[in-house]
Design a protein around this ligand. Sequence first.
Ligand code: GLN
Length: 485
Amino acid sequence: MPSLPHTISNAAMLLRSKKISSVELTKACIDRIEKIDATLNAVVHRNFQGALAQAKKVDALGTFESPLSGIPYLAKDVYCEKGVTTTACSNVLRNKDYIPPFDSTTTKRLKAASAISLGKTNTDEFTMGASTETSCFGVTKNPWDLSRVAGGSSGGSAAAVAADECFFALATDTGGSIRQPAGFCNCAGMRVTYGRTSRYGVMSMASSLDTIGCITKTVEDTAIVLSAIAGADPLDGTTADVPVPDYRKALTGNVKGLKIGLPKEYFIDGMNAEVESAVRDAVKVLKDLGATVKEISLKHTKYATPTYYVLCPSEVSSNMARYDGVRYGHTVKEPKDLLDYYERVRSEGFGPEVKRRIMIGTYALSAGYYDAYYRQAQKVRTLICKDFEDAFEDVDVILSPISPTPAFKIGAHADDPVAMYLEDVFLDGQVMAGIPCMSVQCGFSKENLPIGLQIMGPQWGEEIVLRTGDAYQKATDWHMRKPRI
Ligand code: GLN
């Protein structure tokens, strides 16, 4: 067997030319998970028998029509998949091992493309966090440095891709959860325009902010997965009926004349010098390829994270109401009465971060405070949106760092939820505006920790973001580096 090809595009080529089988690829991923995952803790539910059975079927058919045919992947533990345990890494669902009786639209579309589902990856509980430390299964370790977090909330997905446990992993981005872990683990990760992918069957955190996407090694691989999963869905009324292009066609490698904006609010005094210089070097690479660069201003940037932390918990408080233990999930014995039943189910089932957000959100939505907090935050959201609209009149893409620092130590923010929220400073503006944005590998710190470049585009501008990221990857090799694990 040739050595394991680590990108979807390579693997698809080998499958089509019959140099490798899907069963071999699947076994290689399973072996890798069995060998290293006790150390990483990236995979929380395994579907190995199911995966091998699927791979056998795909091999028997032998056509490999879709570029995802026969390719093994993992999904964040919030994607419902028929017959595969899915728990949002929360005791509220884990205690009775929730097994969905249906498929999310995305896992269904991947099944139709004959991709192979290996199981579920670790996440912060119900995707609330920036480090995967709030998972009921414990933290995922960063494959580049085991004393550090892999980021969050999709830390399991990013670590699994970086460490070759799968070829791509599904993830979600509500406030940065695809982009930040991708940046921390040396992966590529895209948040799409809100409404580009279906949220149906993915456990909700904050419905007006949640987006569905993937983490991969290369921008080309992101384009492949996105072409398979994007598009309108009658089961999710927030998806838009905008045609889905073959995103790979956008990857021309040509950025001549591309207008890049650098927002001054994202390059602030006192920012981490290594992050700043890696990002500025990346801008120079694109400039050398023919792009032009100008400074721009997104003047409401400083309000993005505070606004997010009003809107997100408000929607969380409403979405978490369904976990009452009546129809599924954690339940308690011999309650005194109905109130006692609810109180115990929810106080035993949810962890501290989920409870904190339910309380903040309930407060912000309550009759006396709705106008002061929730309505006000919605108005600021509109202003942030307008900042981006104005900026994209003038430039094609906007570049910035993904995070203020490379991956931080496990436990660094353990006693300080606000410090954890501030990890999102470069990630929440895009969420307010619903624009596509992605993390691309752009360097390493002296401690050999990956650094991510953020590329943002206008709404429905996935193609320009992918084209920019791909042109950058064609000119650099950061994305080829692998952790030693
Ligand atoms: N750090 C953000 C939060 O905790 C990210 C969440 C997400 O994107 N799922 O809300």
